[in-house]
Design a binder for this molecule. Structure first.
Ligand code: 5GP
Length: 178
């Protein structure tokens, strides 16, 4: 599996350190608010699991699953809900945890969908952001790292459902997806 990786861009220690910082910041911002933290499946799951362990105030967790772009490495913006949240988020502080924001179209869809449930606040936490690829102007409250316009895998992020279990984030060799 690791032989398919051209270059590691974020190693385990770097990820761990940043996730700890984000957890600390979220703990401070939502102390005693009992926020609902929603993991966007499946890509967000490793980041989410590590992040909530770094939050030292009570949180409720839930999961939202969207249709993916299949094997494509490009965003189509076409999104469908596969698994809805089970929590009533009305008047609750909500933090959405995403793996990566590319065009931002997925996040825009999620944001508008959750906003209809009238949360007290709706906050976005993404591990990775590709600012040069944005096609929307949604603001993110917590960003782990900015990355360039390359296709990355690992730490939850897949290519054709593979590589999610890599402990680091890296760039695939071109021959793997062309
Ligand atoms: P957006 O709607 O912002 O264009 O795309 C967001 C979704 O596309 C992410 O949640 C992720 O599933 C997928 N995606 C975008 N860029 C990448 C990437 O570099 N690597 C992987 N593995 N998935 C990506």
């Amino acid at each position: 599996m690791e032989n398919d990786i051209l270059r590691i861009i974020l190693d385990e220690d770097t990820l761990k350190k940043r996730v700890k910082e984000l957890g600390k910041k979220i703990s401070e911002d939502f102390r005693d608010e009992f926020p609902v933290i929603i993991c966007i499946l499946r890509g967000g799951v490793i980041f989410f699991s590590d992040l909530i362990k770094e939050i030292d105030t009570h949180v409720e967790i839930d999961f939202l699953s969207l249709s993916s772009y299949g094997k494509s490495t490009n965003s189509s913006g076409v999104v469908k809900i596969r698994k809805d949240i089970d929590t009533n988020i009305e008047n609750r502080h909500v933090i959405v945890v995403e793996d990566i924001v590319d065009s931002g179209l997925t996040l825009k869809y999620i944001f508008e969908y959750l906003q209809k449930h009238n949360p007290a606040s709706l906050n976005i936490c993404t591990l990775l952001d590709k600012p040069d690829a944005h096609k929307t102007d949604l603001e993110m409250n917590y960003v782990g790292f900015n990355v360039g316009n390359e296709f990355v895998v690992g730490y939850g992020l897949d290519y054709a459902e593979k590589y999610r279990n890599l402990p680091f984030i890296g760039i695939l060799k071109k021959e793997i997806y062309t």
